[in-house]
Design a protein around this ligand. Structure first.
Ligand code: SAH
Length: 233
């Protein structure tokens, strides 16, 4: 089989967390079929001394530990070829929040290199020195970047050609057109006294499109008015 076109490389202190949920369902099937590939590298490979130490106390004091710049840089240099053109990310709550437009752009590329932080994070100097782009999955703090990396990869992989069933699947979803998705229904036609909206059963395609559009817009106004004023990416 030829090399998958979309390759994810992870640098982590918790390699055992992978593939984890990425090995199941849509992403797992696609991984087995070679649509994408996953390489997981242990930052501890570049650890120092007999204990392969990777962290130290923060300069200036404060709680927790910080991953050393030299260790993380060596781990990257050890495992990632210098001419590797894939974007390099550092999972970080300080990064730009990941959005669907970026996910789409990434899924159209050759994959991603993702560094997962732990403890209090990483020494600031390594970020610029190894050209890492900080990226966040939301305004909350995780205990490590691994779950964030999985979120990012899952979002990208489901958009790769041949991963989702129908070709159009994904293009009408939440965020794809700047709106939240319209309500969905399936059988039974009536359930606990609630009927499926008549128009959806009418077979009138134009009316259905209009109904969906109207409900998308109403839901977005109500729940995420920020999406309506957001600038085009
Ligand atoms: N002290 C840091 C948080 C460290 S959390 C701060 O206040 O900014 C430990 C690691 O978890 C981080 O290095 C990062 O890799 C990951 N992480 C935590 N929250 C994240 C988020 N919202 N998005 C992406 N990665 C996150």
């Amino acid at each position: 089989m030829s090399e998958p076109a979309w390759r994810a490389s992870i640098l982590t202190l918790m390699p055992g967390m992978f593939p984890g949920p990425l090995g199941m369902s849509l992403s797992g099937d696609a991984l087995t079929r070679g649509v994408w590939s996953l390489e997981v590298h242990d930052i501890r490979d570049a650890g120092i001394g007999r204990h392969r130490s990777v962290d130290d106390t923060p300069a200036g004091g404060g709680p927790g530990m910080v991953i050393r710049a030299d260790v993380l840089a060596n781990a990257i240099d050890m495992h990632i070829a210098p001419d590797d053109a894939r974007p390099r990310f550092l999972m970080s709550p300080r990064g730009a929040p990941l959005k669907q437009a970026r996910v789409r752009e990434l899924s159209a590329g050759g994959g991603a290199i993702i560094v997962c932080g732990r403890f209090e994070g990483v020494d600031e100097r390594v970020i610029a020195a190894r050209n890492l782009e900080e990226i966040s999955i939301g305004d909350y703090v995780l205990s490590g970047g691994e779950l964030g990396a999985m979120v990012m990869i899952d979002a990208c992989v489901r958009l790769l050609p041949g991963v989702m069933g129908a070709d159009t699947s994904g293009t009408e979803e939440s965020f794809e057109n700047g709106l939240l998705e319209y309500p969905q229904f399936t059988r039974p036609r009536e359930w606990e006294g609630h009927a499926i909206p008549e128009v959806l059963l009418s077979g009138d395609h134009a009316k259905i499109v209009a109904w969906r559009r109207e409900h998308s817009l109403a839901l977005t106004k109500q729940r995420r008015p920020d999406l309506l004023t957001e600038e085009e990416p």
